[in-house]
Every structure is written in structure tokens, then in C-alpha cells.
Design a protein around this ligand. Structure first.
Ligand code: GDP
Length: 365
């Protein structure tokens, strides 16, 4: 399944946030196909739409979508040279589909900052540089093989070599591979083949002190936001310490504490939703008196593939899908009312499933 890797310098709050994710963890029994490793946290994706379905159906069982976060500790300056076991960690990042970078935005004299002082933009820059250096290594290797083949008159190899050169120049001047996605087919091919680290979608998680929650940030966060805006990246502001506390509480106590801090929802909920979003994941629903359930699919999937998320037999035997958009469900208040109004559609194998669709599959067994 798709995973979001948690990276950041030491002592920025990664473990604290990862612990909160693990505590909040989804009920594993519902997800038999997920293998859980100690550094992987599986967590339910909060979704208001599922709550609304539950209100209407009052089902025996409720199963939210889940997403996985991987704790990738140990990224330090010099990691790309193998310092501090750095190379191993960079390999772990390669296996993730997106990155959440935790950035320290709190002062605390008792908690050492590895570089002496708090400076979010510099910290982001350090990590970015390590990732760029690692990508340059991959590109250099590929560049030289493509060049060799290009010299024998291989036109495809020439295109690929040019793509490598473009990327190399860009990365050497401090750009990330992300900025080159879509430049040409050859560039996209190289980025994908090499699984470049700086091409992965990224968002920043600004970790602030609980005292700053009231203002939803501080001057450090402002600097980080300004920087992220230029990169088209988003920033989620949380206080790791509070999230860890919140994650241990029962719902009622949790609501109380959130109110105390003037928050509508926990920062973790925001983090999880953002992770789900940048992974390119969407949700369809199945709903009935027995179970209301959110299912995850990759944006752009067609109806049979989505049926396959539920069970491989559903994909093989797919006939058609009765489909209701979430907006129409809300408008008419129930499946039956929507059906009477004629807005429940019959969709075939070429239908591209939309985020929020409520589906009822018909299939051959
Ligand atoms: P990691 O090295 O990035 O995994 O960082 P840790 O999660 O181990 O956190 C380093 C230290 O910072 C620990 O002593 C945490 O208790 C503290 N810390 C983490 N998040 C917060 C926070 O939101 N507020 C405060 N005051 N301290 C925090």
C-alpha cells in the first residue's frame, strides 16, 4: 500500500508525532492485508462523509479508510555520504510514496537543536540538500550508461541522456526533481525509473510549543510558510506533545482538551488527511445496515479496479456499478430517495470512479 515517510532532523519531534499516530492507530483486525512493522503506523483517515452515511444507515460496523506513516529516523547533514547510517535511511525514503517533513518551530533550551538554534528554513534546506545529493548520485550513474548507448547511435538513449543532463543541471543549482515532472516523457521516465527522492510529493509539519497553539503558529511558522508557498507545498501546524496526549484520551476527554486549546479537530487529523491527499488517494463508499465503509483507491481508477479493492472476485466478475455521488446522497437524504429522483447511475467498466462515490457492485460469481 501507499506510505508517507516521516523525515526531519533529530530532536524536531518526529518520534513524538509518530507515537501519536500509533496510539491513534486503526483497528488492525479490519485490515487483514496490511503488514505492520514497528516503524509503520496505520491510522484512520477522518472523513465527515463517512460520519454522515453512518447517521443515515446506523450500521453494525463502521470501517474508515486508513493510511500508513513510516518513521524514518536519522537523517542528518552528511547522510548522503553515508554519515550516521544515512544511506540506509535514504533507502527507506525511496520506498515511500510521499514525504512529511517535521520541522522544529519551537524554542526549548532543554532540547538540543543539532545546529545550535531553531531555523526552520535552514533545516528544510539541509534535508533538501541531502536528498538532492542522493538523487544526483542516481542521475550520474544513469547519465553515463545512457551516454554510452547514445554514442552507438541509439536515439532513445540520446533522449534519455539529455533528460539526465537537464535534471543534473537543475539539481546542481538547488532545484528539486519535483519541479521537472511533466517537462518531457524522457524526463518523467528517468524520474520514475530512478524513484528520485526530490520528486516525491512533500508537505511540512511545523511542530510548535503548546503555548503557541492559541495563535496557531509563531514567527518560525511564518518563515516556513513563506518558503513553502514558493514551492507550492503545504504546511500543517501542530504541537507534537499535545497530539501525543490527545491520542491517549477517550473521545469525550479528547473533545474537552481540544476545546481548551481552541481547536476544532486534532492536528493529527489534519496531518493524516494531508498525507492521504498528497499520496493521490481518494475514497469511495459502500453503505448498508450491516456496514458503512470507506475504501481507498488511486485517483483515476475505473470501476472494475475499484471493485477489486473490495475483493479480487468483484473485479474479475464485474458487471456494473450502481453509483451515487456523495453530493446527491446529501441532497436527497437516502439511497432510495436518490433512486426515485433518477440520480443513481448505472456505470460500466470504463467509468472513472470519483472521490466520494457511493457504489453498489453487481458481479458474476
Ligand atoms: P525526534 O528526534 O525528531 O524523533 O524528536 P522527539 O520526538 O524525540 O522529540 C525531541 C524532544 O522534543 C523530546 O524531548 C520531546 O518531548 C520534545 N518535543 C517534541 N514535540 C514537542 C512539542 O510540541 N512541544 C514541546 N515543548 N516539546 C516537544
Amino acid at each position: 500500500s501507499l506510505k508517507c515517510g516521516i523525515v526531519g532532523l533529530p530532536n524536531v519531534g518526529k518520534s513524538t508525532i509518530f507515537n501519536a499516530i500509533t496510539n491513534a492507530g486503526a483497528e488492525a483486525a479490519n485490515y487483514p492485508f496490511c503488514t505492520i512493522e514497528p516503524n509503520v503506523g496505520m491510522v484512520s483517515v477522518p472523513d465527515e462523509r463517512l460520519n454522515e452515511l453512518v447517521k443515515v444507515y446506523n450500521p453494525k460496523s463502521i470501517v474508515p479508510a486508513v493510511t500508513e506513516f513510516v518513521d524514518i529516523a536519522g537523517l542528518v547533514k552528511g547522510a548522503s555520504n553515508g554519515e550516521g547510517l544515512g544511506n540506509k535511511f535514504l533507502t527507506h525514503i525511496r520506498e515511500c510514496n510521499a514525504i512529511m517533513e517535521v520541522v522544529r518551530c519551537f524554542d526549548d533550551a532543554d532540547i538540543t537543536h543539532v545546529l545550535g538554534n531553531v531555523d526552520p528554513v535552514r533545516d528544510v534546506d539541509i534535508i533538501e540538500t541531502e536528498l538532492i545529493l542522493k538523487d544526483l548520485e542516481s542521475i550520474d550513474k544513469r547519465f553515463s550508461t545512457e551516454n554510452k548507448m547514445a554514442r552507438t547511435g541509439n536515439a532513445k538513449a540520446k533522449e534519455n541522456a539529455d533528460a539526465c543532463e537537464l535534471l543534473k543541471k537543475g539539481l546542481e543549482s538547488g532545484h528539486s526533481a519535483r519541479e521537472y515532472i511533466g517537462t518531457s516523457d524522457a524526463v518523467d521516465l528517468i524520474i520514475q525509473d530512478l524513484a528520485l527522492l526530490t520528486a516525491k510529493p512533500i508537505f511540512y509539519c511545523a511542530n510548535i510549543r503548546e503555548e503557541d497553539l492559541e495563535n496557531k503558529g509563531n514567527a518560525y511558522v511564518d518563515k516556513l510558510k513563506e518558503f513553502a508557498k514558493k514551492q507550492n507545498a503545504s504546511v500543517v501546524v501542530i504541537s507534537g506533545k499535545i497530539e501525543e496526549e490527545l491520542s491517549k484520551l477517550e473521545p469525550a476527554d479528547k473533545a474537552e482538551l481540544l476545546k481548551d486549546y481552541g481547536m476544532d479537530e486534532s492536528g493529527l487529523d489534519t496531518v493524516v488527511r494531508e498525507g492521504y491527499r498528497i499520496l493521490g488517494l481518494q475514497t469511495f463508499f459502500t453503505a448498508g445496515e450491516k456496514e458503512c465503509r470507506a475504501w481507498t483507491f488511486e485517483k483515476g481508477s475505473k470501476a472494475p479496479q475499484c471493485a477489486g479493492v473490495i475483493h479480487s472476485d468483484f473485479e474479475k466478475g464485474f458487471i456494473r456499478a450502481e453509483t451515487l455521488s456523495f453530493a446527491d446522497f446529501q441532497k436527497y437524504g437516502s439511497w432510495n430517495a436518490a433512486k426515485e429522483a433518477g440520480v443513481v447511475r448505472t456505470e460500466g467498466k470504463d467509468y472513472v470512479v470519483q472521490d466520494g462515490d457511493i457504489m453498489y457492485y453487481l458481479f458474476n460469481v
